[in-house]
Ligand binder design. Sequence first.
Ligand code: FPP
Length: 248
Amino acid sequence: MADITNIDKSKLPKHVAIIMDGNGRWAKQKGKLRIFGHQNGVQSVRDATEAATELGIQFLTLYAFSTENWNRPQSEVDALMELLVSTIHKEVNTLNKNQIKLAAIGDIKSLPKNCQAELADAIQQTSKNKRLTLVLALSYSSKWEIIKAVKEISEKVKSKELSVADINEDLFSNFLCTNKIPDPELLIRTSGELRISNFLLWQIAYSELYFTEKLWPDFRKEDFFDAILAYQNRERRFGKTSEQVKGN
Ligand code: FPP
């Protein structure tokens, strides 16, 4: 297992994104209700956030609730929303103490009113922090985000604020929820599932993917360091040959 001293601080990703998966299975293994897994997942959120802060990573995005998660049993959705509200409320002081800025992406207006209010309050209270930006993906899905961008661009073409010739990768990226955030160089998924599940599809075009068998509530700082170490051992070619990359 890696510890922080194994990591080359000059080769860090700026942005790490995580699909936190396996809370339900973790709880089931223990003969508990699914929400018990989500509750224990909060400590893993703390661990990943601390690890990213200690390393000096600038952005950490966590897939906390997908558009598709609304289809779960109402009792689980309600419990997850309550957990989000209480966790955000409890952690604001810690975020400020560690200079962490909170941000959110997704269809935030679809969240319950108390969740929106708690989130807006925490975002405002942490807005001046400069160390790590912790981005929560809430009621988020990549297809939703892309369709939203297409509609907004289409409206601007219709009103002649933009022409079709203006549309390129940079312009399109500016209409995504992540417009102020660099693309993640590393995407981690826990629980052994080998899927992207509608997360940051545009933004991960060239991300390194890292899958671990660990269920999210078991994910500790050392697991985060392991993922960073694996990333540092990859050769990122961006379509070039290995010889070209090494020659650069
Ligand atoms: C996936 O596990 C996890 C989620 C859908 C929710 C993640 C939420 C938390 C860790 C709670 C708090 C988060 C924050 C940011 C305060 P799953 O339920 O899909 O697990 P399974 O695949 O084993 O069923």
